[in-house]
Design a protein around this ligand. Sequence first.
Ligand code: PMP
Length: 393
Amino acid sequence: MRGRALVSGRGCRVTDASGREYLDARSALWNASLGYDNRAVAEAIAHQLATLPVAQSIRHDQPAEITLRYAERLVAVLPEHLRHVRLCTTGAQAVEGAVFLSRFTRIVGGDPDRTHVIAQLDGYHGIGGLATAITGEPDVHALHGPLTPGVHHVRPWDLDHLRAEVERIGPDRVTAIVLEPVLGTGVQEAPPGHLAEVQRLCQEHGIHFVIDEVSTGFGRTGALTVTGELGLRPDMVLLSKGISSGYVPLAAIATTSEVLAAATARPGVVLPHGSTGDGNPVAAAAGLAVLDELADGRVLANVGERSEQLERALSALDGVVAVRARGLMIGVDLDADAGTVAELRLRCREEGLLLSTAGSTVVLTPPLVITSEDCEELVARLDRSMRATLPER
Ligand code: PMP
């Protein structure tokens, strides 16, 4: 373990304490989107550390100026109807904060019994109290003891099941539906039109539609948000991971003027939610630098090109059944059981390739700045590992 601990990084590669180099096709945990040696982000962080490293949280009356500036810049690149952001630190906090905000509008509006949340099985929304309950993984639930009540799950991308669940709970008792636009687990994309239908259902019943773009957002799919790409109008969009390229923890809840007005309708009410580090100025500096890095569109263009390159090369490998590429979020279904694929992951590490797996699927989420040569090497290392691990056919 100690020998495998990482000590340095460059480009898309990391080196461990024993001197072994790995190609990181997982971007740490899907967050190191600009790779390991982005000078602009590192320098922005260093400058902020030397200027004002800490300030009151955004919930209080004297936050850092750079935090306010970042919030404005972030709003400017998000879909137009999302006019406000609330910064926090982790994806799980964004999920819990969004549900808090949704429920709080009901309390302020005199409808405190509208508390129920619906999410999808296979969805991942983090570990916390409420976040664990919203995560749709029975294995995770089994390890966490009594879960926060009021959360329900439906089969992924099953509109009939979702409608039936809304009716069963009572449409006026459901406060929010929380979904990932592409399930990170196995890279399962929403079928065309599905998210728009969910949005319609939400609008029909006054339910808040919350799109969790913690893993899909900020270039992972080739767009800044799937929400924007599909022209959706959810009530909230959640961001983390790529928004600071993981250099420092940062997350955000983006929401509409309507939601904010509903939450603050009672005079003098301050949102009673948040943590000490929310809107930390060093995190804001990292966020601003990431926005600058993405501004000219070159990184996003690279995502599209490398995605096509990888999709083509991976489809040609022996043992590959299907490839689902959504930008640089790529699911590779293998002709092997889950146990063999778990073994394959360890073999890949021996071959100097870091990746994730889910059941029979290899999941690749390399940095958005991965080069063409790195992609070739990624495929070669995966191919070698598959030949050594998968049964002869
Ligand atoms: N939502 C999604 C879609 C995620 O992928 C994750 C993290 N994998 C989270 C929420 C939770 O984020 P964090 O681990 O920062 O709490």
